[in-house]
Design a protein around this ligand. Structure first.
Ligand SMILES: Cc1cc2nc3c(=O)[nH]c(=O)nc-3n(C[C@H](O)[C@H](O)[C@H](O)COP(=O)(O)OP(=O)(O)OC[C@H]3O[C@@H](n4cnc5c(N)ncnc54)[C@H](O)[C@@H]3O)c2cc1C
Length: 595
């Protein structure tokens, strides 16, 4: 079974649900009409399915190879596929036109990101990290740095990495030790060890630009003393071509559970030459601006792996003959019925589909708000969009990757014993998706960011705006009989989220452990509510189409999946509310020695 790009779903979301045409006069959105966008999605789907997907299992089996000269070879076929990626201009889709990109807003580049990640997550991380480095320099770099690095990162000729993690510091970057010593020429000498650096060394790009967090000698301890540096593997020469080798080396690769085709590197900076990005000691905040986009990108990996795994499960469920349907044979000529007839298999397929389609809509909506926060011409709209994007980003990352793992696990379950073997792709999807719950800030840390920072920001303005937006939908469609289950479902989800939010405000401040103990359940309640809102909007869109005479089953099927979401997925909200409001007493009661 080969990966089928869900082109129809992207077009439905972008054209019909989010109605992106209404933004066609805004910066970036004006670069691509809906027709052009559809062509881009088609081509991106072809590239992903035909070039990247066939290399997915190859990358998994072969992995990357480290050599004693500190070089790394990627799996067979990756280098050629990367050359095609660059030749096709795909890395520049979301980069500024001034730097050789195509100037599309992030939202319009999401279909390519999802499809390439579904087809080959390990491969897609190389351009993904490069875009992260691009964004960090765009956001904080000097004009000279932008002119030098951005065109090369946008084209993909040069790769990019993010060097944050050290052996003793992952979540707690305040412990970071890598040091930077200022030089007379304005550059810095950087010394320290970084670990688990994705794409830290490879053979696909002519240069690699490391974005490195380090502490300038004498800087304050903790997070206030961290600065951001550009450290290229090859120092650009007078013509801006890769010149002398910089003293930044890959000392080895990590053996790991999944994404074997992506080089996860131990990186040694031995007085490597680097240049400060932005101001001294402002590195972490620069990095966080970039990380918001990266976190949406990781949420996308949850959907992308889930989609690919779901497709494999559907194909298996139609093929595998076991047992008979409870309501009489559906394949009387055969020795047994295909397992897709069994309600328990359907339970997993329908739940997966409801989560994936709702989750994808959520992701696109949040990304759209992220774009509008920058380009909307009305300052009030910019503010509102910024609030929604900031509030929802940890939910996109944490909830969608938790659910992505659930979908991959169910897809493996549908494969039975075959899923546990390596003859089928289900195992790889599950192994690959697992990291998405950990990197770019673990899901536990996303939940803490949501309850600790995002919820309280500006006196709770963002969450109030979300409640008001849902109320607007509920009020506008209260009298619509066809939409009744969706309006009622949304009203119930919203009421529960509101109750959970009130509980947190009252009890979280009183005892911070209450907030910590509630955070993951609160994030899931938030995710469920957001997906209910998305399903309500999709249902409204579909019903308008059907009322206008549309007979394509694509639309009627959406309504069935949406109603299944309300019936079988949304009820989890009540359990999350009960758990989150039970406080931290029992959770924290035992002393550490009792474990
Ligand atoms: C394959 C792979 C690729 C990676 N790529 C990169 C990369 O390109 N660049 C880079 O810089 N890093 C990268 N990382 C590192 C990654 O970002 C970290 O692993 C991640 O941020 C978690 O840090 P940690 O592993 O040190 O876990 P820890 O911080 O030690 O956390 C361990 C556990 O404790 C919990 N925890 C920690 N602190 C708190 C707290 N305050 N409250 C509640 N719970 C807490 C965590 O949620 C987690 O469950 C990568 C890691 C892997 C495995």
């Amino acid at each position: 079974m080969t990966y089928q790009p869900p082109v129809r779903d992207f077009v439905f979301l972008m054209k019909d649900v989010l109605k992106l045409e209404q933004y066609s006069s805004l910066k970036g959105f004006s670069e691509a009409s809906m027709d052009v966008l559809e062509q881009i999605i088609e081509e991106a789907g072809k590239f992903s399915a035909e070039v990247l997907a066939p290399l997915n299992a190859v990358g998994d089996k072969e992995g990357c190879t480290w050599h004693p000269d500190h070089s790394v070879t990627t799996p067979k076929g990756f280098k050629e596929a990367y050359a095609q990626l660059v030749a096709g201009g795909w890395p520049g889709l979301g980069a500024e036109i001034a730097y050789g990109g195509q100037g599309l807003p992030y939202t319009l580049s999401l279909p390519f990101s999802e499809m390439s990640s579904s087809a080959n997550m390990a491969f897609s991380m190389y351009p993904g990290l490069t875009h992260g480095a691009y964004s960090a320099i765009l956001n904080g770099g000097s004009e000279a740095q932008k002119d030098l690095y951005l065109p090369r990162l946008a084209s993909g000729e040069w790769g990019g990495t993010m060097n944050l993690t050290e052996p003793h510091c992952g979540t707690d970057l305040g412990l970071l030790r890598t040091k930077a010593v200022p030089q007379a020429d304005g550059s810095y000498r950087i010394t320290g060890q970084k670990i688990w650096i994705s794409g830290g060394e490879h053979d696909m790009a002519e240069n690699i630009v490391h974005l490195v967090l380090a502490r300038i000698e004498g800087a304050p301890a903790g997070t206030r003393g961290i600065s951001l540096f550009i450290v290229p593997k090859f120092l650009p020469d007078a013509d801006n071509k890769p010149g002398a080798r910089n003293s930044v080396y890959c000392d080895g690769l990590e053996e790991k559970m999944g994404i074997h085709g992506n080089a996860t590197c131990v990186i040694r900076h031995e007085e490597s030459q680097g240049w400060l990005v932005g101001e001294e000691n402002r590195g972490l905040s620069l990095m966080f601006v970039m990380m918001n986009e990266a976190r949406v990108g990781v949420g996308l990996q949850g959907i992308a792996q889930g989609e690919a795994a779901y497709q494999a499960a559907v194909s298996f469920a139609k093929d595998r003959l076991q047992g008979r349907s409870l309501t009489g044979p559906k394949n009387p000529e055969g020795p047994a019925d295909p397992i897709i007839v069994h309600p328990d298999v359907r339970r997993m397929l329908m739940t997966s589909r409801a989560l994936l389609e709702g989750g994808r809509a959520f992701l696109f909506w949040v990304a759209l708000n992220g774009d509008l926060a920058h380009v909307h011409t009305n300052p009030d709209e910019r503010q509102k969009a910024h609030d929604i994007a900031a509030l929802m980003t940890p939910v996109v990352k944490g909830y969608l990757t938790d659910k992505g793992l659930q979908v991959c696990s169910d897809a493996l379950q549908i494969h039975g014993g075959s899923g546990f073997t390596e003859h089928f792709p289900a195992s790889q999807y599950m192994r690959d998706v697992r990291i998405a719950l950990i990197y770019e800030g673990t899901n536990g840390v996303q939940a803490l960011d949501l309850v600790g920072r995002k919820l309280a920001a500006d006196g709770g303005r963002a969450v109030m705006a979300f409640f008001a937006e849902m109320d607007g939908f509920i009020d506008a469609h209260a009298a619509d009989d066809d939409l009744k289950p969706f309006v009622e479902g949304l009203a119930s989800a919203k009421a529960q989220l509101q109750e959970g939010t009130m509980w947190l405000m009252q009890n979280g401040l009183m005892n911070p452990d209450n907030a910590g103990a509630a955070s993951t359940d609160y994030m899931h309640l938030f995710g469920l509510t957001a997906l209910t809102y998305m399903w309500a909007r999709m249902a409204k869109t579909v019903q308008d189409k059907i009322a206008a005479g549309e007979t394509d089953p694509f639309y009627a099927n959406k309504l069935v999946v949406g109603r299944f979401f309300l019936q079988r997925v949304l009820p989890d909200a009540a359990a999350h509310l009960t758990k989150l409001t039970s406080g931290s007493d029992l959770m924290m009661a035992l002393p550490a020695e009792a474990f």
